[in-house]
Design a protein around this ligand. Sequence first.
Ligand SMILES: *Cc1c(COP(=O)(O)O)cnc(C)c1O
Length: 373
Amino acid sequence: MSEKRPGPPDLHPDTIAVSAGRPPEAPGAPINQPPVLSSVLHRGSDFDYGRAGNPTWTALETALGALEGGHAVAFSSGMAASAAVIGIMGPGIKILAAEDAYYGNRNYLKHLDEGGTAKVTSVDISDTDATLGLADGIDLLWLESPSNPKLRIADIETLAAGAHERGAKVLVDGTFTSPILQQALSLGADLVLHSISKYISGHSDVVMGAVIAPDTGTADRLRQQREMTGGIPGPMETFLALRGLRTLPLRIERAQANAIELARRLVDHPRVERVLYPGLETHPGYEIARKQMSGPGAMLSFLVDGDGDAAEAVCARVRVIEHVTSLGGVETTIERRARYAGETGTPENLLRMSVGIENLEDLWTDLNQALTE
Ligand SMILES: *Cc1c(COP(=O)(O)O)cnc(C)c1O
């Protein structure tokens, strides 16, 4: 990864989200890249067969790469993107991973460890000293900030510098922030992973992922992995993802404004024990979040006063808010994460909310009635 990173584009991200990845201007040409629903394309361009490339992917990758400040490679899911990263790192790698990383990734890394493909240790990545203390001899530091579901903040710049001194690469799962709130390559990360299924597509109608690398060499190796192992996104999904990305800055802005206010009100709610949100001054990662993110985001967790059943009852009572899994859509969702067997270390009474773009008072009225027994 020696190649120079592409410099920061001189347009504001709000503008890049709208204008990047459009087809060349020509009389009668569409201004949007249409979904190319053809598995075979005539020779004479970069495209010939649909597992190797599709113009729809290129349009999305251009826009996403421009927003993140690197070269994007799209995959059929966030997990296919994770698998491609492991694929280019090769067998026998030593990984130090966030102990509360996304459950699917933790499970995948555990599986690799048990099968002998990788050696995986985990750590609280909000503890910089503890993390670097375990980083000697590792090949890859796997970060997620804010983390899921505890909203822990990792000091990405310090950790990346420390990892690089030790010869390790750094991956940041940026799903919770999207490139609008955090650009981890500029903080020193070597790879950024996104589940496009969440904020980037933004309407809970697509499953897709991406990895963004600062250099074309790494991006080419990721593409090669995609072609060899077949974790390719469908043209229709890719079209929807780019359509969603056009409004990403607007959606984040509105959802975040709702989240900031809901977090504030929840802090004062008699049935709430604690609120975990990096936008609150009481959050241990508040200062670092302010430094490395352009805003605290729209994911927040809170501990209901009571046990797991009491928290589950709150989920059962919401009417406007959706009691479902996943995150990053226009709709507000709520879920008790400890309901999943693999979610070890998560308090039984923790509810994770992905705050959407609905009217704030409607959300508060709903949440308030759900919290009132
Ligand atoms: C959902 C998610 C993933 C996995 O992405 P899929 O698109 O579901 O495969 C990875 N990381 C985080 C933080 C996620 O929320």
